[in-house]
Design a binder for this molecule. Structure first.
Ligand code: NAP
Length: 293
């Protein structure tokens, strides 16, 4: 059994850490809000008082935080996790961040003689809980081979993409498609609703059709229910689309649908829905179209 550290026990971090514990691995965890670690500590993990403490003496350190700025704040400094890393340890960083932020993190980790795997995850909290989340990884291949048995516990769809920042870019490519898909679905559903169709039935038809996907499948119920409890928040999706647009500028690619969808999500955030699921784009268009269910 391996000794692992885990930093960040949010909607994604918590179920993934729990899966490692359930598989019998020995964990030490840190989260800014300590109460959110309760379930993980109850499942057998130790509590580390600081990010540094979660990195000390472990062979594998997993990280899942909101964004790049948070990540660098938690990584650097006297009590940051980079300071606690042993030479030879492997950091598996699963958050969605920019290439520039990732490169800065690489310097801090490599200065300690540790290895750094960029391992953004793809899929929802449901897949994270089921241990079937997709994991896109790039970085040192020997480190990847060592951590693979643990990745197989938390994920079902594993890809190794290269020695550098490839996984960061691929993750943003996927997320821009996920966001624009929800905007397309909002348009398809609201026109159907206004024409008198039942939204749940229409969402199920989309999910089962040629344009259906795992995403349209697991969002169908959420949209039909109308509550939009967050699996992935509006706020975080805006962050990802900003990163995708930044990558678009970096590589000289015009991303028009992404730009428009970001504006739609910003409008949703202005309505106070920043912590709702990003599929709330349907509700936004309903309201703007004068439709009440
Ligand atoms: P989340 O539930 O909002 O959790 C965010 C985590 O970041 C929490 O542990 C939070 O700590 C911590 N955090 C935020 N601000 C902080 C600060 N200033 N200092 C220290 N810690 C801070 O987010 P999530 O859904 O788990 O997402 C985590 C990462 O995975 C993000 O990069 C996201 O883009 C990516 N992702 C999410 C999904 C999804 O479906 N949710 C799917 C794929 C990828 P507290 O508990 O104290 O707030």
């Amino acid at each position: 059994m391996e000794k692992f550290g885990w930093i960040g026990l949010g909607n994604m971090g918590k179920p993934m850490a729990l899966n490692l514990l359930k598989a019998g691995h020995d964990g030490i965890v840190w989260n800014r809000t300590k109460a959110k670690a309760d379930a993980v500590v109850a499942a057998g993990a130790k509590w580390a008082g600081t990010p540094r403490g979660a990195a000390e003496g472990v062979d594998f350190l997993f990280v899942s935080l909101a964004d790049g700025a948070t990540l660098l704040e938690v990584a650097l400094g006297e009590d940051g996790f980079a300071a606690g890393l042993s030479a030879g340890a492997i950091v598996i960083e699963t958050s969605t961040i920019s290439v520039a932020e990732s490169t800065k993190l690489a310097e801090a980790i490599e200065a300690k003689g540790a290895s750094y795997l960029r391992a953004p995850v793809t899929g929802s909290t449901i897949l994270a809980a089921a241990g079937t989340i997709g994991i896109l990884t790039s970085g040192d291949k020997a480190a990847y081979d060592k951590v693979l048995p643990l990745l197989e516990v938390i994920g079902g769809n594993l890809f190794y993409l290269g020695a550098g920042e490839q996984a960061r870019v691929m993750k943003l490519s996927l997320n821009l498609m996920i966001a624009t898909t929800m905007q397309m679905e909002a348009e398809a559903l609201v026109i159907a609703e206004k024409a008198g169709l039942d939204v749940g039935q229409a969402a199920d038809i989309i999910a089962g059709s040629a344009v259906g996907s795992p995403l349209t499948g697991y969002k169908a119920k959420l949209i039909a229910g109308g509550e939009y409890a967050p699996a992935f928040t509006v706020k975080l999706m805006i962050k990802d689309l900003k990163l995708a647009l930044e990558a678009g500028r970096q590589y000289g690619v015009k991303l028009e649908s992404t730009e428009r969808t970001k504006k739609r999500l910003e409008r949703a955030a202005e309505k106070g829905w920043g912590e709702k699921d990003f599929s709330i784009l349907t509700k936004l268009l309903e309201e703007e179209s004068g439709f009440t269910r």
